[in-house]
Each structure stands twice: as C-alpha cells, then as structure tokens.
Design a protein around this ligand. Structure first.
Ligand SMILES: [Zn+2]
Length: 68
C-alpha cells in the first residue's frame, strides 16, 4: 500500500496559543512541521509556539517564543 504524502488533516487537532488562547489549527497560524514538531505563529498576538505531535493523543506545547 502506498500512502505517500497522505494529507494529515486530523480532526483531533487542538492547539491553542499559550498567550491568548487563540485556536491555532484553523486560523492560518501554521508555520512548519518538522518531524512532528509543529510550529505555529498566532494570527492574533504573533506569539510563536511549538507543539510536539509525536506524543499522542494531545499535542504538547514544548516551546513558546516572542520574537517581535
Ligand atoms: Zn495568541
């Protein structure tokens, strides 16, 4: 079976901005996904946060940065 580049549109994606609690997955905040470490930049307050998606069931916030 070839499941190459299968679209990862998981419905169970719940990431919230550590600063303003903005929902990050559906708000154009996605920056990058490197080996399951997903970076978001909040579309509201611009705080950058990283989540580890390798440790299911819930993405873990591993870093928060403010670089303005
Ligand atoms: Zn925010």
């Amino acid at each position: 079976m070839k499941n190459k580049n299968k679209n990862k549109n998981k419905q169970s994606c719940f990431c919230y901005c550590p600063e303003c609690n903005n929902e990050l997955c559906g708000t154009n905040s996605f920056v990058s996904d490197v080996n399951g470490i997903v970076t978001y930049e909040c579309s509201k307050c611009e705080v950058v946060s990283q989540f580890n998606f390798n440790v299911a069931p819930v993405p873990i916030l591993i870093e928060r940065r403010d670089y303005k």
